[in-house]
Ligand binder design. Sequence first.
Ligand SMILES: [Zn+2]
Length: 207
Amino acid sequence: MRSEEQAIQVETALMGRIYTALRDGGLEAEPVLELAYLREEWGESTPATRELLERPAAQLTATDLIRLGEDLLRDVDFTPSLALEPRLWATLEHALEVVERDVRAGGITSTLRLVTHEWDSMGRAWVEFQGGYHGNGIEPLWGGNAQEALREVADAVQETIMAMTLNVWPVCAAHHRGLHAGYEDGMAVWQCTGDGTHTVAPVGELP
Ligand SMILES: [Zn+2]
């Protein structure tokens, strides 16, 4: 008998293989069928798992496999890890470069880096500043959208800088209050709550 932990590892590996094959081509029946068996074994039956178990494998066309593979991943809310999907990491790193402009504009010179941690089973990205990090980390899925990545990274950079320096950053010049990363018209911006909420600048464009 497999332990539950091993079974989860097997499931994660199968989902990774299916995700990569759906992205790059060359999806085979084996991981799709194996994942369907596993889900059924756990009592997580869906139309996709039932179809895979009921139809003779030889009848499954490449189109069927793609459809069923996509359904299986969607049914478990699969999100790829940073290691599996380098584009997510690239988007987060680019966001950090943009936020770094604001950090430099604020006269803060220490190095900023995006890192992962071995202990983090959720595989999040962390902003490292002066050898430390803070907050809850950045979920990989935020790397799927440039503006969401900017807002999340701005938030993480702010939290880490404030924790490491014990200073408020960034600050609204008009109201002397800490700014917060938010959205305006779908764009990541720095906002101040002084005098009713106002937008100070897009993230990356602080004066
Ligand atoms: Zn203000």
